[in-house]
Design a protein around this ligand. Sequence first.
Ligand SMILES: Nc1ncnc2c1ncn2[C@@H]1O[C@H](COP(=O)(O)OP(=O)(O)OP(=O)(O)O)[C@@H](O)[C@H]1O
Ligand SMILES: Cc1ncc(COP(=O)(O)O)c(N)n1
Length: 274
Amino acid sequence: MHIVTTIAGSDSGGGAGIQADLKTFQELKVFGTSVITALTAQNTLGVSDVLPIEVSFVEKQLQALIEDFSISAVKTGMLFSSEIIQSIAQILAEINIPLIVDPVMIAKGGESLLQQEAIEALRIYLLPLATIVTPNIPEAETLSGRKINSLADIEEVAKVLLQMGVQCVIIKGGHLEDKCYATDYVFFQDGHSFSMKSTRIATKNTHGTGCTFSAALTAFLGRGLPIEEAIMEAKKFIQLAITHDLSIGNGHGPTNHFAYQNFKDSCEVIIHET
Ligand SMILES: Nc1ncnc2c1ncn2[C@@H]1O[C@H](COP(=O)(O)OP(=O)(O)OP(=O)(O)O)[C@@H](O)[C@H]1O
Ligand SMILES: Cc1ncc(COP(=O)(O)O)c(N)n1
């Protein structure tokens, strides 16, 4: 049994954060463990409050897992403060486990999930340790300090992030204007890059898409899949979860974490080597 860990915030509404991660891990047949960094009072309409967990208790959770389990991949989501980022980075630097960093900053409803001053801590302490970083377009702009208006800008921003020491950058295109396709762009340290294109689904039920994508990536890497295969399979997981969405809540509903197991042979992702 492969054991994987998510370090993230709790979403009481169950569509994003720790809950999305553990559901995804379970569906992909890896044993999920968790380190909770913050509690959110949240539903599909938004986040009404955030309660950060004390840094020393975040550390204790992570230490407890490391002492007992042989963990095969770790992901981070909502980390909230620079203190939490520094403390988990210090612990992660001592263990050699594939690390997927989803640089969660702002919830779909606009509420902040990361303090402004913590952005620099992400750049300095966490990104150099990351196997893969998975920013959406606004997160990629914030981390790199550059605007994205074209494919050339995406390539430039990826270069900046690779220079921070990340091994692989996936810039997710959920926020791009393309009405037909949702395209993600993948860049490696050795210069290799490709894009993954899937049909854009017209739905408002996209709460937790980034969390779910990075959790699937963590599960596939944790199971030992080669990195490119893990990335493509994670794209299928999120595509199916968005396509077969559930009618839950009155706002931006969650994706369907059950869909991949039922429909995995019916999903097309177009790969373009660049
Ligand atoms: N409407 C859509 N149809 C198909 N795929 C989508 C759609 N929206 C997002 N995606 C895909 O979902 C994944 C997550 O991308 P997105 O840009 O939404 O991340 P995100 O903003 O971090 O998500 P979130 O903040 O909601 O957790 C990517 O693979 C992206 O291409
Ligand atoms: C605890 C937590 N983590 C991550 C997200 C981002 O998800 P979204 O952008 O879909 O709101 C969230 N809303 N809550």
